[in-house]
Write a protein that binds this ligand. Structure first.
Ligand code: URA
Length: 434
């Protein structure tokens, strides 16, 4: 077989066989197929698409490119959660202590930020001393002892995805349905959970810009999960504006802590409760969403969720005192306010561009090797649909360079759009696909 012929076949819009897909993934993982040929195939897939069978084959080829974790040593039904990527999305940090407090083991592999989207692993590193590198032994021990462990993707888990993702990130081939579905599902299948709840984002700040595309991606992933015997559910949620108010690593962690203390933003809590109840249902701890939400809210009210967060942070080497004393989180030198130039209603907060502004402040990586500044970011003062007076604070910028901060203020004035009349709000949750 020749890689040239595989590329040509897809370029012509023809269907690739299982053997051709395996040949590509194995050769690329071993370094026998160079990046330029892999890039050409990715671009051909981007323009000519893959059908369901090809996507499922690509997923399984990536699962088989490395090790598969065996979580049998963890008691109970293990349910994982994964988001397709958003701005201000600290759901995993809010959700996992609540679910774990209800006795559902959380054994989670998370990612770092990509492009304008943030990553759970980067955010968790805002806790002094926190380690996301756990051996398999430590990972299993922590889940069995305290019910929760979150680690970074190790090099032996779906290595093909790790390599391909890095290539997609620099060849403008991230936002393709088959490539996203196989990337996410290969990691979730290889990491061994019994059930998977997917948060498929839709809107301007998401990779899927329309509800139709998000629905198709959700269906594709749910079908792949079911096909390999993992109960899979997808929640389609809004990413047309950032989730919650905070964008940036420590800022989002602080917001997640406030949410677990009962003082969080409505949208962040609502989405965490919806995803969490689906996790509880898969784990047979709740009969329906309403019961699940009630149980999860109780863990906030009775303080069990925040206690679980402290246990989790401590078990991974982090400082749990930061949860009681939020002043211990890294602080930016400059705090600048973005003030509204006019009165009206917030009609749009451009999520992707706000994510890029936060990245430029240092909250995300501009290149693969950039070092993240944990203290910087943006805290919105208002969300879509809210009324605003002239001179009111639309957002606060946290920066370590005055110039960067001032530039962010100017840009945010463009990206938070104010109109004269009230704008219908977009639903937070579109649909749940099973
Ligand atoms: N998250 C992933 O893990 N992979 C993608 O392709 C997109 C989002």
């Amino acid at each position: 077989m020749r890689m040239y012929d595989v590329i040509l076949k897809k370029r012509r819009g023809e269907e690739l066989t299982t053997e051709e897909i395996d040949y590509f993934i194995q050769g690329f993982t071993k370094g026998e197929i160079p990046d330029y040929q892999a890039s050409a195939l990715l671009m051909a897939i981007f323009f000519k698409s893959m059908n369901k069978r090809e996507t499922a084959d690509l997923t399984m080829a990536m699962v088989n490119s490395g090790e598969q974790y065996n979580l049998d040593r963890i008691n109970g039904i293990k349910v994982d959660k994964h988001s397709t990527g958003g701005v201000g999305d600290s759901i995993s940090i809010v959700l996992t202590p609540m679910v774990a407090a209800l006795g559902v083991p959380v054994a989670k592999m998370s990612g770092r930020g990509l492009g304008h989207t943030g990553g759970t692993i980067d955010k968790l590193e805002a806790f002094n001393g926190f380690s996301v590198e756990l051996t398999e032994e430590e990972f299993i021990k922590n889940v069995n002892n305290i019910g929760i462990a979150i680690a970074g993707q190790t090099t032996d888990l779906a290595p093909a995805d790790k390599k391909l993702y890095a290539l997609r990130d620099v060849t403008a081939t991230v936002d393709n349905m088959s490539l996203i579905a196989s990337s996410i599902m290969s990691k979730k299948i290889a990491s061994g959970a019994d059930g998977i709840v997917l948060d498929v984002k839709v809107g301007e700040g998401a990779f899927m810009k329309t509800p139709e595309d998000a629905r198709a991606l959700a269906r594709e992933m749910v079908d792949i999960g079911k096909h390999v015997g993992r109960e899979t559910v997808a929640v389609i949620s809004d990413m047309d504006q950032p989730l919650g108010f905070a964008i940036g690593n420590s800022l989002e962690i602080i917001e997640a802590i406030e949410t677990l203390k009962g003082n969080g933003p409505k949208d962040l809590l609502e989405l965490a409760l919806t995803i969490g109840s689906n996790m509880l249902m898969i784990a047979k701890k709740a009969y329906n969403i309403e019961e699940g939400k009630k149980l999860l809210l109780e863990t906030i009210e009775n303080g069990k969720a925040i206690e679980k967060l402290k246990e989790f942070v401590k078990a991974q080497g982090g400082d749990p005192n930061m949860i009681d004393d939020l002043d211990l989180f890294p602080k930016a030198k400059y705090k600048l306010e973005v003030k509204s130039k006019r009165a009206g209603f917030i009609s749009k907060i451009h999520a992707e561009r706000v994510g890029i502004i936060a990245m430029e402040l240092g909250a995300g990586r501009a290149t693969k090797d950039s070092v993240i500044d944990l203290s910087v970011g943006i805290v919105l003062g208002k969300k879509r649909g809210e009324e605003v007076k002239e001179g009111e604070v639309l957002a606060t910028v946290y920066a370590n360079s005055k110039e960067k901060g001032e530039r962010a203020v100017e840009k945010l004035l463009q990206e938070i759009v104010i109109s004269d009349s009230y704008i219908e709000t977009i639903p937070l949750i579109y649909e749940i696909i099973k």
